[in-house]
Design a protein around this ligand. Structure first.
Ligand SMILES: NC(=O)c1ccc[n+]([C@@H]2O[C@H](COP(=O)([O-])OP(=O)(O)OC[C@H]3O[C@@H](n4cnc5c(N)ncnc54)[C@H](O)[C@@H]3O)[C@@H](O)[C@H]2O)c1
Ligand SMILES: [Zn+2]
Length: 362
């Protein structure tokens, strides 16, 4: 078992990582429950696979949580689901000393985080992330969110968990598409912040894609270390944390242009990373050979590197309406080498258009 600290003063917390940890969560969670009500929020696929062992472990230490099952995927992140969970908590007479526990991927984690951050103005939160994406990314850093019918993640807050337990063994039941989605974020960490992680992926791409336990544990730990360090230095996303947007400025535009159905988030981010790497190359920050390394690794991880049915102008329009755009200038997190990056404002629309056109087929 590995432990990584997220250093945020009195809001700091531990991330525990290891194979088989879910069956022993009770001991770690017990002190956080205190005398309050534990509320475990999960989704049907994860409930079938892993709820019982978590409940058994909690029962061993005398904790019987209220279990709330919510719809799977993005349907977990609707205002209606949020109100349902709050209603169930009120029925169970959960008070200000309640502890919300999420068991599942990033969707249920984002919902549970928002519930914990708002229920009676804020209660405790523990994440038990079960997707690769949730383990390496969404469970750490305290961002919570609901979707508004008109925009994804529009309603949200910062609310740090008190503990995160990532059981790498549960990743073996992950559908291949979800594995690729998580690997896209790991590729992102490597490309923009950690050349060694990039090298590990290059050396073991097929094992990672095949959900080999040893290699997954290695890349999960390494990715969590990076996210923990970045969040510790910039909790509110005003500086260094923006580097984690590599691939996401273009990626979000691709998701939005295709109605969130054309490409999964990880796929859109992979195409976005290639597009943004091309912008960096056009700005003279990296070489064409480095762009090629990113393309090759993404391809080996089963991720697309080109999109079809979208125009560059459409994407640029969408990027301008992104909530992170300031003063009309598009800001990108761009690599200036494999494993290192900077946030840059780019005003040359022609350059962006050319870089994007290189990854688009209409
Ligand atoms: N808060 C943040 O900082 C942050 C960061 C990145 C992404 N996100 C959010 O995360 C969400 C995506 O999360 P996700 O990719 O984990 O998707 P998800 O939560 O929808 O999970 C993907 C699917 O895998 C299933 N699943 C989960 N664990 C499993 C397991 N071990 N075995 C088999 N099936 C399993 C789920 O039930 C679901 O069907 C998005 O809404 C995104 O906005 C948030
Ligand atoms: Zn992402």
């Amino acid at each position: 078992m590995r432990q990584i600290s997220v250093r945020l003063g009195d809001r700091g917390y531990l991330v525990m990582i290891g194979a088989g940890l879910l069956s022993g969560v009770g001991e770690a969670v017990r002190p956080l429950v205190g005398g309050g009500k534990a509320v475990l929020v999960t989704v049907p696929p994860v409930r079938e696979l892993y709820l019982q062992s978590v409940l058994d472990s909690l029962a061993d230490v005398g904790v019987q949580p209220l279990v709330v099952t919510v719809p799977d995927g993005e349907d977990a992140k609707t205002p209606r689901t949020y109100l349902d969970v709050v209603g169930r908590m009120l029925d169970a007479e959960a008070g200000r000393d309640a502890l919300v526990i999420s068991l599942g991927g990033g969707c249920v984690g984002d919902l549970a985080g928002f519930v914990a951050s708002t229920y009676m103005r804020g209660v405790g939160l523990v994440h038990l992330p079960t997707t690769l994406l949730a383990q390496v990314d969404s469970s750490i850093g305290g961002k919570s969110a609901l979707n508004h019918p008109r925009a994804k993640n529009l309603i949200g807050s910062f609310h740090q968990p008190e503990l995160v337990i990532a059981d790498t063994r549960v990743l073996r039941t992950l559908p291949p598409k979800e594995a690729r989605c998580g690997l896209a974020e790991v590729l992102k960490y490597g490309a923009i912040l950690d050349s060694e992680l990039f090298g590990i992926l290059e050396g073991k791409a097929e094992e990672a894609l095949g959900l080999n336990e040893g290699i997954l544990e290695e890349i999960v730990c390494r990715s969590i270390e990076i996210k923990a360090r970045v969040v510790g230095a910039d909790e509110m996303d005003r500086g260094g944390r923006m580097l984690l947007n590599f691939g996401h400025t273009v990626g979000h535009a691709i998701e939005s242009a295709t109605g969130y159905t054309g490409y999964s988030h990880g796929e859109a981010v992979a195409i976005g990373m290639v597009a943004e790497a091309r912008i960096a190359a056009k700005l003279g920050m990296i070489s064409d050979g480095e762009v090629e390394r990113i393309v090759r690794l993404a391809t080996r991880l089963g991720l697309p590197t080109r999109a079809s049915g979208i125009t560059a102008d459409e994407l640029i329009g969408l990027m301008h309406s992104d909530k992170k755009v300031r003063g009309g200038e598009l800001r990108f997190a761009l690599p200036d080498a494999i494993g290192s990056g900077v946030v840059v404002g780019v005003t040359d629309r022609g350059l962006i258009n050319e870089a994007l056109s290189g990854v688009l087929e209409y």
